[in-house]
Design a protein around this ligand. Structure first.
Ligand SMILES: [Mg+2]
Length: 405
């Protein structure tokens, strides 16, 4: 069992091996043991390899090369088009397994997650034990393998999951981290770009062990504060929290814009356009289970001048009607309705997750009705398509160029 420092967290980084290709193979058993790749447009052979399974990898197939190149090396390669909806579904299924072991899961891309299991070790055993149980459960229930890194920091847990593949657990502890991490090349860490890499190379810094030798002052001067933080992380001195998905929207803003077919100058026409855009934003917010508290509007006039203004509101915004009203309020503040407008873009910012359904209040009957109205509209659109239902004012507007965005 790994030793724990008094305050150390137990963090896992779980990474699905060859995610796209693994999902394809799990859903089609006849592919077992065959070289399989997921690629753009297999029919024209001009597509690029997006992912491959281990059989294809062992025959030299690389991500990013063309199907043509790949088939020269591996003529029996089976190329499949991507099924992103399926990948998302499987991803969610895997994440729900992670939640059996902790309530703190932070997604990183579609196939990687950090789990803070500090509070679960008394229940399920050491970090390594938990990692092994999760690997087994994911394989049994989903049919794909994952690699897990176990450590006291997010960075080391992520490095750990990269070290042994497929279907492995790697523990990086206080005792062994220097031995395991320091011989790795500097680009083993994500976020070190090519430019930085070249600079480091010139300084003769090739491994992470070399990197921690760089004096703080040089890191700050030649690079930035992030570079200094990286050194602290590599020394095991910088604590980074795993932030649960529900508290961490992956998007900073949700926006929509459109260019009008004709220039508009009337307030009612502006309002129709604003409503149309707000509907779309509201749908995207509710798909992502987000609310925001600030609205930004930018306008382009017929002389191609641009204006923009943001305003923060005291309440959570997610309903189309509220977003539209806020946006119009902003427009009223800064536009004189004389210069013709060519395009409008609205975005909702300061996003956060809508944690639980709004507390119903007996004084809020109206609100309840509005909510169920937007839910009904959403359901109709989901079933019959985006254009199946529109607010009357939106339909009336002849200005909206629906192909705009
Ligand atoms: Mg992966």
């Amino acid at each position: 069992m790994e030793k724990r420092f008094f305050n150390d967290k137990v963090i896992l980084h779980c990474d699905v091996n060859n995610f796209y290709a693994s999902v394809e193979c799990a859903s089609r058993p006849e592919l077992k043991g065959k070289p399989v790749a997921v690629s753009g447009n297999p029919k024209t052979r001009t597509g690029i390899i997006l992912a491959k399974n281990d059989v294809a990898k062992s025959q030299g197939v690389k991500t990013g090369e063309s199907i043509y190149e790949a088939k020269l090396k591996c003529p029996s390669l089976i190329c499949l088009p991507p099924h992103f909806k399926l990948y998302e579904k499987i991803s969610n299924k895997i994440i729900s397994i992670y939640y059996n072991y902790t309530d703190t899961v932070e997604s990183f891309g579609i196939d990687e997650c950090w789990l803070d299991v500090t509070g679960s070790v008394n229940l399920f055993g050491s970090g390594k034990k938990i990692a092994d149980s999760i690997r087994k459960e994911v394989l049994e229930k989903v049919g794909v393998t994952i690699s897990v890194g176990v450590s006291f920091s997010k960075l080391f847990a992520k490095l750990g999951s990269d070290l042994k593949k497929p279907f492995a657990t790697t523990v990086i502890s206080r005792e062994n981290f220097k031995e395991i991490v320091y011989p790795l090349p500097v680009n083993a860490v994500i976020g070190i770009g090519n430019r930085t890499l070249k600079k480091l190379e010139k300084m003769n810094v090739l491994t992470l062990g070399d990197y921690v030798q760089i004096p703080d002052l040089i890191l700050k001067k030649k690079f930035n504060i992030v570079a200094l933080q990286l050194k602290q992380k590599l020394l095991g001195e910088f604590e980074e929290q795993v932030v649960d998905n529900s508290l961490r929207p992956e998007v900073k803003s949700v926006g929509n814009g459109t260019t009008t077919i004709t220039d508009i100058t009337k307030r009612e026409d502006v309002f129709s356009l604003v409503q149309f855009l707000s509907e779309k934003i509201s749908k995207r917010l509710s798909d992502k289970n987000l609310v925001g508290t600030s609205v930004h509007v930018s306008l382009k006039t017929s002389n191609f001048e641009r204006f923009g203004k943001s305003q923060t509101f005291l309440f959570d915004l997610s309903r189309a009607e509220d977003i539209a009203n806020c946006a119009l309020e902003i427009i009223d503040c800064f536009w004189n309705y004389t210069t013709p407008i060519r395009s409008i873009r609205i975005s909702v910012r300061n996003l956060k997750s809508k944690l639980r359904p709004k507390q119903a209040s007996i004084f809020d009957e109206k609100l309840g009705k509005k909510e169920s109205f937007s839910r009904t509209i959403k359901a109709i659109k989901e079933r019959f398509g985006e254009g199946s239902i529109e607010l009357a004012s939106v339909l009336k507007s002849k200005f909206i160029n629906k192909d705009g965005e």
